[in-house]
Write a protein that binds this ligand. Structure first.
Ligand code: G3P
Ligand code: CA
Length: 271
């Protein structure tokens, strides 16, 4: 039988709590996840802000007056100071894609706040940090990779987290290369979407990452075994149905990212 995978709460605990918020991370940690998965972007004053989108998402953010947002393009976080970003509420308006979410007024937190908060309340929970970046967005939605990586690394260096409690992931190999050049000892994870060709995906990097993290719908038993045969940890995302969780475990996933860590924890108890 396969050993139990580690549980990563996607954007905290998105199935039940607003994504990428302090409340969501605390709830995931209290449930017993091994890692919280979170996304980071950079503000105009170089703060590392926890947000999946590099803008205020009209699906679940409200402006400082509590009004809805008409267009996702209106508020670009990379052009806003953190002080301004913090005036928006991205927790009261429930994301209709996750109707079981509980509403709670929440601003987008700084990465430093999330680490401080969880290190205090649940010091054994790890941080799986996705740096958002893509080539088309350079200088529009994010700084170029060298500066982006330097800002995140500066922040991480302030905490000196144990290696076991940190993973840095990205879809953008440029970011992983820059981070790796700055610190070779952090565990890195290559996110893959669109198509999996293990050798080709890995060839986009100048080093071998610790994790290979594909969209789980792209996996086959053969691809999963190729990844494991290379000695890489296999971290599929975003696995929300219990039948899919079982399949991923059977195929050798060492880590599973899910919006519903409660379901995965339950599933693991049955094994
Ligand atoms: O961690 C993997 C997963 O979070 C990647 O997709 O778009 O939810 O950041 P996304
Ligand atoms: Ca992510």
């Amino acid at each position: 039988m396969q050993s139990a995978p580690l549980v990563h709460g996607h954007r905290g605990f998105r199935g039940q709590w607003p994504e990428n918020t302090l409340t969501g991370f605390e709830k995931a940690a209290a449930l017993g996840v091994d890692f919280v998965e979170l996304d980071v972007v950079i503000s105009s004053d170089n703060k590392v802000v926890v947000s999946h989108d590099p803008y205020m998402n009209m699906k679940f953010c409200l402006d400082s007056a509590g009004n809805g947002i008409a267009d996702d393009q209106t508020f670009n976080l990379y052009k806003m100071r953190y002080e301004e970003i913090a005036r928006f509420d991205c927790g009261t308006k429930v994301n209709a894609d996750f109707p079981e979410q509980q509403a709670v007024a929440e601003r987008k937190p700084l990465l430093s706040e999330v680490i401080e908060s969880l290190q205090r309340s649940h010091p054994s929970v790890g941080f799986n940090i996705e740096i958002k970046s893509d080539e088309q967005g350079d200088n529009i939605y994010q700084p170029p990779p060298h500066r982006n990586a330097a800002l995140v690394m500066d922040l991480l260096n302030q905490f000196n987290l144990k290696k076991e409690l940190l993973i840095v992931q990205s879809f953008d190999p440029r970011i992983l290369d820059c981070m790796h050049a700055l610190d070779k000892h952090i565990p890195y994870s290559l996110l893959v979407e669109g198509e999996v060709n293990v050798a080709e995906n890995l060839s986009t990097l100048s080093f071998m990452p610790d994790y290979f993290a594909p969209d789980f719908t792209l996996l086959t038993v053969d691809i999963a075994s190729q990844i494991r045969a290379r000695g890489l940890r296999l971290m599929p995302w975003t696995v929300n149905e219990q039948s899919d969780m079982d399949l991923m475990i059977e195929w050798g996933a060492t880590d599973i990212i899910t919006d519903y860590p409660d379901r995965l924890v339950e599933q693991l108890k049955k094994r």
